[in-house]
Design a binder for this molecule. Structure first.
Ligand code: ZN
Length: 350
């Protein structure tokens, strides 16, 4: 499939490394590898930075037998038998933090991440649920979830972090805004993103043009921004826009951005503009759409402009809640609970 970058972006490598044992050296001492994910977004990028006698790795993939086998092969292959001494995790999502605990426990690696990523990852890993909690079902009902799907979620064992994230032992090293960190022979400024995941770390090299962006900045897809039952009144859209506008000030056209998915790219100032304007566009379309009151599940058309299948329904729903709730919390919409099904319905103000 042709891999055409959005306007103003350039992809120095159009073909990614083979999933698993292959790697591409994207800069001296910086390797790009890929691990598979069993979903529509079928891969996650990880990076290995040469520390001389060992490696620092950025993110890990899911905890699965397959991922562990791939890492073992990578360590014996492209990583040349040197140990992984440090795991840097950009944010708490399972495709990024999945094997961090395994690297700590089995390989003696140090874990470096933000406090919120560590606390959230560890809390969710310990919070194993046999059935969906009533708060979760209530949240979905109030989002207008399709009744059959809600029924299924009430009966089935829910998705658990622990299914795909290895146990995280006690202890990690915290990074925060304005820190610097040495990795791969470079000094990196830590800048914190938000919106896709709370306190999401990004790394900006002082010594060359590299930016390690995790999922905060992706080239051809917009990172998912959702509201979850753990914090129903969160406003991640506002946090996302604040972070993008702040990070945009750092962006240079020659930056080589190493993200968590898709391929590395240059043209970061243009991409920051696109990421910001995509959400303003979505909010405007949504505001027009809710002249008549609508629940989150009734707002997929203006937000995604494509049909949403069952596999994407959950992510689409939390993203729709995020956008509607943002309009509500900025005073651009009102909301009330619909008597028929208990869903929050949002209506444009004025
Ligand atoms: Zn990701």
């Amino acid at each position: 499939m042709a891999n055409t970058p959005p306007e103003g972006l350039r992809y120095p490598w159009n073909t990614p490394p083979d999933l698993g044992t292959d790697s591409i050296e994207v800069a001296p001492g910086v390797l790009w590898l890929r691990l598979p994910l069993p979903m529509k977004l079928d891969h996650v990028n990880v990076y290995a930075l040469d520390e001389g006698d060992s490696w620092t790795i950025i993110d890990t993939g899911f905890a699965s037998g397959k991922s562990r086998a791939i890492w073992a092969a990578a360590m014996a292959g492209p990583l040349g038998g040197k140990p992984i001494s440090r795991v840097v995790v950009t944010h708490h999502h399972p495709d990024h933090i999945g094997l961090a605990g395994w690297f700590q426990t089995e390989h003696g690696a140090e874990l470096v991440t933000t406090r919120t990523a560590w606390l959230t990852g560890r809390m969710l890993t310990l919070d194993e649920q046999a059935v969906a909690p009533s708060e979760t079902l209530m949240f979905y009902r109030q989002s207008g979830m399709d009744p059959d799907m809600l029924d299924k979620r009430a009966k089935d064992r829910p998705f658990n972090f622990a299914d795909i994230v290895a146990p995280l032992p006690l202890g990690y090293t915290r990074i925060k805004q304005d820190d610097t960190i040495r990795m791969g022979g470079r000094t990196w400024d830590v800048h914190i993103g938000n919106g896709h995941a709370p306190e999401h770390a990004t790394f900006w090299s002082r010594d060359d043009n590299l930016v390690i962006a995790g999922d905060q900045i992706l080239p051809s897809i917009s990172p998912n921004i959702g509201v979850y039952p753990t914090e129903p009144m969160a406003d991640p859209i506002a946090e996302w826009l604040e972070a993008c506008e702040r990070l945009a000030l750092l962006a240079r056209p020659d930056h080589l951005v190493l993200g968590g998915h898709k391929v590395p790219f240059t043209g970061l100032p243009k991409r920051m503009e696109q990421l910001i304007s995509n959400h303003h566009g979505a909010l405007n379309r949504l505001a027009d759409y809710i002249e008549e009151p609508k629940s989150a599940s009734e707002c997929f058309a203006p937000l995604f402009k494509r049909t949403i299948g069952e596999a994407e329904y959950g992510l689409a729903l939390v993203e729709a809640v995020a956008h509607l709730s943002h309009l509500y919390q900025t005073g651009d919409a009102t909301r009330s609970q619909r008597a028929a099904d208990g869903a929050w319905v949002y209506r444009r103000k004025g």
